[in-house]
Design a protein around this ligand. Structure first.
Ligand SMILES: [Zn+2]
Length: 299
């Protein structure tokens, strides 16, 4: 079985100084593109199921599709629920056997966010599933929810520490200058703040809004403790442009096998490019070895 606990995956990345791509999937073709790119580079990978695709396709349906296409894959995969804003939905994903879930309470008051996140962590941990929480609001638009610039404050060391102390979340999403979506002015990651937070909380950090962050900044952030990088917008763009390419060449190409195939090809190229930047290429064997070792000693 290629599916492993998201926490095991990210702890290996964290300890070994590389990043795991958490790539958002939207249909069968994008799932295949992510899996094929991971297989080709022997890279561990997270496949994210987001709120938009849940509304449009269904959570259980997406998970089943990922399992179907992932069967027989040699690299470790973790299926991740992205930006869940309801405890019930997060709990349902845990029950369905996702390997990783994110409860996003960043729109709530601190105490409420911490209280629900702690509950999610408890249940997820009991079942061997990784849990992500968010403190500080990340700017941009995700799932139709827009966080304006003035609200997208940079996460403080104090609030990150307090949040981790009260939730013991496995990996932490913080606001350090990136935003959801594609921007013409490249964002600047606040490296110093990132470093201070990693030193304080001692666990993997998640970078949201990874699309359109310059590669050198992503590499530096990974070297400081970012272990999960979410990529969504850039993949949707690659897929759509691939489909468009086909129609530009032949407006009457009615075979979906042709247009969707081009979208899939362009998505796969983008995933390959990101895997190389994140440094996860070739890490699958070592990660699987370390999990086997943990099982041996009964940790
Ligand atoms: Zn996000």
């Amino acid at each position: 079985m290629p599916f492993i606990n998201g926490k095991d995956m990210l702890m290996h990345a964290y300890k070994n100084g590389y990043g795991v791509g958490a790539f958002s999937a939207h249909n069968a073709e994008t799932i295949q593109a992510i899996i094929w790119a991971a297989e080709e580079t022997q890279s561990p990978v997270m496949i994210q199921v987001g709120q938009k695709v849940i509304q449009y396709m269904g959570m259980r349906e997406m998970k089943s599709m990922i399992e179907t296409f992932g069967e027989g894959t040699t690299v470790p995969i973790a299926i991740h629920l992205d930006h869940s804003r309801q405890f019930e939905q997060t709990a349902a994903a845990i029950k369905q056997g996702f390997q990783s879930v994110m409860f996003d309470g960043s729109g709530l008051e601190f105490e409420e966010n911490a209280r629900i996140t702690a509950r999610v962590v408890d249940i997820a941990r009991a079942l061997g599933i990784g849990a992500e929480g968010e403190i500080g609001k990340i700017g941009g638009t995700e799932d139709g929810i827009t966080v304006e610039e003035e609200d997208a404050a940079i996460t403080t060391v104090e609030e990150a520490t307090r949040f981790v102390d009260s939730t013991d979340v496995d990996y932490l999403a913080i606001s350090i200058g990136t935003a959801h979506g594609i921007f013409h002015n490249a964002p600047t990651i606040r490296m110093e703040r990132l470093q201070e937070i990693v030193t304080a909380v001692q666990r993997p950090i998640v970078l949201h809004g990874g699309s359109s962050v310059p590669d050198d900044q992503v590499r530096e952030a990974i070297s400081l403790g970012v272990s999960k990088i979410n990529i969504d917008t850039e993949l949707r763009q690659a897929f759509s442009l691939g489909v468009q390419e086909v129609f530009n060449e032949n407006p009457e190409e009615w075979h979906l096998a042709v247009s969707l195939d081009k979208g899939r090809e362009r998505t796969k190229e983008k995933v390959l490019e990101k895997i190389k930047v994140f440094g996860s290429e070739g890490k699958a064997v070592d990660l699987l070895g370390s999990i086997a070792k943990q099982e041996e000693v009964g940790v």
